[in-house]
Design a binder for this molecule. Sequence first.
Ligand code: NDP
Length: 320
Amino acid sequence: MEYRRLGKSGVQVSALSLGSWVTFGQQISDDVACDLMRVAYDEGVNFFDNAEAYASGRSEVVMGKILHEMGWPHETFLVSSKVFWGGELPNLKGLCRKHVIEACHASLRRLQVDYLDLYFCHRPDPDTPIEETVRAMSDLVHQGKVLYWGTSEWSAQEITQAHAIARECHLVPPTMEQPMYNLFGRHRVEREYARLYAEYGLGTTIWSPLASGLLTGKYNGGLQPGTRAVLEGYDWLKEKITRDAKEKGGQLQQLEKLAKDLGLSLPVFAIAWCLKNPNVSTVILGASKVTQLIENLQAVGAQAKFTPDILKRIDEIAAV
Ligand code: NDP
């Protein structure tokens, strides 16, 4: 495993980490979730990603039980949560001080840990002043309940605002962002955030490196049984995957051919490409099977195959 600093902070995250969206507490059994975390940990993965919203809290319950049963010292891993979607009632959603603090306490209970290593604002909340959220996050850090706080899918302007408020009010600024990043979704990480890396030392924990499985090539022949695209309650994802598979079929074939020429499977190629970006601190993997995870973990070693010529060819196929 390779380890990278989370932006300019001193903490080190494994270049590949493991997330639980769709899978834990929903698509897969708790036994498979346990196997995934065990394999990941044994291979050097030190960051496990979660959120209050995932499977309405069940994902954190499953992960918390596994962390407890495994007995791994907290010093050997980082665990995250995200606050935003806690429920439908007023104050169970968004980033007001009340929800940020209460959601953190609830995640700590579900995950059975004393502190969250990383805590993210899952989306920007237009109904709460950014200062209120920055203050709440900063307080959680001062209380030792959160070690590093960050944002997810905030605009560059919102992140800049959060930093300005933190500086002015002597609060703890956000350390990291969790944006989507993959061969078909490059703009935010490569263009919109370009100034933030040097300016604030922003770290990134990037999500959906395989665009929910599209970048494995498995949807080239249509929807596949047993995948998240056909899960109940994910009709929006099914529509997106169906549309993207049609629109991007030509690009997928070209990428698959390039991957094959390098002796790589398409998923390993797509994940290794994400790792080549020096502003990516960690690529969060998703997997519903242990075989998928074992395959995807090869991406660390595959980075060496990406010469400048190969990267240029990729840019020609999948432009920013
Ligand atoms: P990916 O885009 O990598 O999709 C993962 C899924 O692709 C797997 O669950 C599996 O789905 C399929 N897959 C993975 N590897 C293979 C393989 N080798 N061969 C075939 N199929 C494969 O990542 P996710 O979308 O899961 O995102 C990763 C993590 O990022 C999440 O778990 C979560 O922690 C985080 N995230 C954060 C978000 C945010 O807003 N901050 C939003 C979304 C995710 P299948 O069961 O269909 O085979």
